[in-house]
Ligand binder design. Structure first.
Ligand SMILES: O=C1O[C@H](COP(=O)(O)O)[C@@H](O)[C@H](O)[C@H]1O
Length: 237
């Protein structure tokens, strides 16, 4: 049985308000205790409103590093770039003072890009203070896709590089993902999902054996501190 706590909200707006307050509090506490804070966030469509809210929170952003849970192997000006989403919605307002460390690097191959990203990520102290995950309806989280050629390895909690290359037919393009170790080791791990379809997907995944067919369950089961799930119905607009 995976140990996690559900937080349900009446709307995406109410969820964004609460999740941004919770995350801001964790980041501010980390700065107070250790002088710096680091957060890894997800891409896709879901987090934009949460990012807008978080960007307006009054915390010492100049002491915060923002990075990504995963990235598509596309440059930052691509509409598919998770870094672009973060630049447009999170690194704005008060959060414009935060440092950003992306995962995409120009390289001949995805393996070389991952190696470059891992070198930069290694400079962010472990554990990360906050990780906010998303999830797809195929039960992937970060870029741990069930059909990734290396999914068994990706889901291992073993020591290794902080960023790994991912090849998955369903993913659309090659990917870069933070390691299981970095994600599951976070001091505060949240999963942000919206809509009845994602809720059903998650409930089904949690009833499955954590592993390649249900990467989200594997991550939640491996979490050092029980993950918190933030859910709201899908937006009406
Ligand atoms: O491909 C990705 O998808 C998931 C879920 O995205 P959403 O659009 O359904 O919210 C996301 O968590 C991940 O970071 C992203 O790269």
């Amino acid at each position: 049985m995976v140990d996690c706590k559900w937080h349900e909200f009446a709307s995406p707006e109410a969820l964004a308000e609460n999740l941004s307050a919770t995350v801001a509090e964790k980041l501010a506490a980390a700065v107070k205790e250790r002088g710096r804070a680091a957060i890894a966030v997800s891409g896709g469509r879901t987090p934009a409103l949460f990012f807008d809210h978080l960007s307006r929170r009054d915390i010492p952003w100049d002491k915060v590093t923002v990075t990504l849970v995963d990235e598509r192997f596309v440059p930052a000006d691509s509409p598919r770039s998770n870094a672009r989403l973060v630049a447009q919605h999170l690194l704005q307002n008060k959060a414009a003072r935060a440092a950003f460390v992306g995962l995409y690097h120009e390289a001949e191959s995805i393996a070389e890009a991952a190696e470059k990203a891992a070198g930069v990520l290694a400079e962010i102290p472990a554990p990360l203070d906050v990780v906010v995950l998303g999830m797809g309806n195929d039960r992937h989280t970060a870029s741990f896709f069930p059909d990734a050629t290396t999914i068994e390895t990706l889901l291992k909690l073993a020591e290794g590089p902080d960023v790994l290359p991912v090849s998955s037919e369903s993913a659309g393009e090659p990917r870069l993902t933070l390691s299981m170790n970095r994600i599951a080791g976070a001091r505060f791990l949240a999963l942000h999902i919206e809509g009845d379809d994602k809720r059903k997907t998650l409930e089904e995944a949690l009833a499955m054996q954590p592993g390649p067919d249900a990467p989200i369950s594997a991550v939640l089961a491996g979490a050092k501190h029980p993950a918190r799930i933030f859910w709201a119905p899908a937006s009406q607009t």
